[in-house]
Write a protein that binds this ligand. Sequence first.
Ligand code: PBG
Length: 329
Amino acid sequence: MYPLRRNQRLRTTETIRSLVRETIITPNDFLVPLFVVEGKGVKEEIASMPNYYRLSLDNLSKEVKELWSLGLKSVLLFVKVDDKLKDNKGTEALNPNGLMQRAIKTVKDACPEMLVMTDVALDPFSIYGHDGIVHDGEILNDETNSVLAEMSLSHAKAGADVVAPSDMMDGRIFEIRSLLEDEGFYNTGIMSYSAKYASAYYGPFRDALDSAPVDLKDIPKDKKTYQMDPANRQEAIRETLMDIDEGADIVMVKPGLCYLDIVREIADTVTVPVAVYQVSGEYAMLKAAAEKGWLNHDAVMMEQVTAIKRAGASIIASYFAKDVVKIIS
Ligand code: PBG
């Protein structure tokens, strides 16, 4: 009478496998990142992100309608800013008629129920490619926070549902929350990039927005003084709990696959929704391997997003969202 338990019994057919499956991917799991540029009729493929595009507002409008029809109901907006509009303080980020502010309105006009989240950080607006104001070789935390709060308010006024600060300054959630409350935007959500690591996986994203830190004397060449050391675990918990105390509605771990231990630990620790950002470098790696015929694109993609959800993510920001939804529908 051995073995008493045969675990393979529940794996014998797809029907029984689907009956006992613990993690199911649905369109509601996804947040779709979108890159917006000035112009008309623009749909430029990003070199290091095959089949992903920078869109002008007219194409953004078409894209969100398509996303909605596929059941994808949340977007995360990023803008590529003209070099002429960049400075050290992100002045253009506060322009009520800036590209981000117009992009928010464009999405809401095209698709009023679409949830609009916006990236809040200085890097796309910074001549130095940093998330904060640079002074004497340093990123000025507190001065940057005031800009981030004003930027968040400006997005809220333009119609953003949720602002998503991705900068990792200390205390910025408190500053943003305070200003939004003071100005009556008490229903504007904050999704904080709480445990954001100083990762080499962001390369393709910086190509997409032309936002990499510049190589100039006295300018930090990386973001290691504000983004987290990939070696650290406890710090991720500390960062996340502080952001919740300061008023974050959703917390995020970023990147995804290399940090699923952190995702699980945070999901077990907090009682707010946990988002995971499967970042540009993760997308690029799979696209490249699949192009070479070395990996089965769709199977690996499904395995990856399932792993992210299984680790504890209730929201997945992913460039694969559309591909995934087409497969599962
Ligand atoms: C900017 C920002 C980055 C990403 C999201 N917001 C890049 C960075 O911090 O340098 C990365 C997203 C990706 O790689 O897909 N603050």
